[in-house]
Design a protein around this ligand. Structure first.
Ligand code: ADP
Length: 162
């Protein structure tokens, strides 16, 4: 069975992430979207909230499951018996960082984990979780960036309702 892991912060998931998820899900028998529990960042959404958002957005994708992890990605991959990591590439600016991480993971895992890059669909090339949060924090329209239920959750955070 061909398996892959798509790791990230997903704080929150955007249409850009969803596009990568759908395309990767068509290439593999099983895709795990893994939310990184990174204690050094100050996320808008808790890991549980981010997992729930992804579960709702991927409800109709039968071979996609959502999980979370902390620690090294290669250890998580080993625990799941997965050798392929999916990452999205938006622009040259992503490339340098992503290349470094991919090579580090390859070396640390003794060639056990390889990274597959999917280039972003052009309509989502500008999208990032941080820009979505910034727009929302100023009351801007994020309906083209995230599904409606996610937009409502983000707005609620900035209105201090949650
Ligand atoms: P990080 O893991 O660096 O915190 P994110 O959680 O925001 O980043 O994103 C996870 C992965 O999704 C990364 O590989 C990132 O390049 C990719 N990604 C983010 N936004 C988009 C987008 N709009 N189109 C394609 N890929 C994206």
């Amino acid at each position: 069975m061909k398996k892959a892991v798509y790791p990230g912060s997903f704080d929150p998931m955007t249409y850009g992430h969803l596009d990568v998820i759908k395309r990767a899900a068509e290439m593999f028998d099983s895709l795990t979207v893994a939310v990184l529990n990174n204690k050094t960042k100050h996320p808008l959404f808790s890991v549980d909230e981010r997992v729930k958002i992804l579960e709702e957005a991927c409800r109709d994708l039968g071979n996609v499951k959502i999980d979370s992890f902390s620690g090294l990605l290669i250890d998580y991959c080993r625990s799941q018996d997965v050798r392929i990591v999916i990452r999205g590439l938006r622009a040259i600016t992503d490339f340098e960082y992503e290349l470094q991480v991919a090579q580090t993971n390859r070396i640390l895992s003794h060639d056990g984990v390889d990274t597959l890059f999917l280039t972003t669909s052009l309509e989502y090339a500008y999208l990032s979780s941080s820009s979505v949060k910034e727009i929302a924090s100023f009351g801007g329209d994020i309906s083209q960036c995230v599904p409606d239920f996610v937009a409502d959750m983000i707005c609620a955070k900035y209105k201090g309702e949650e």
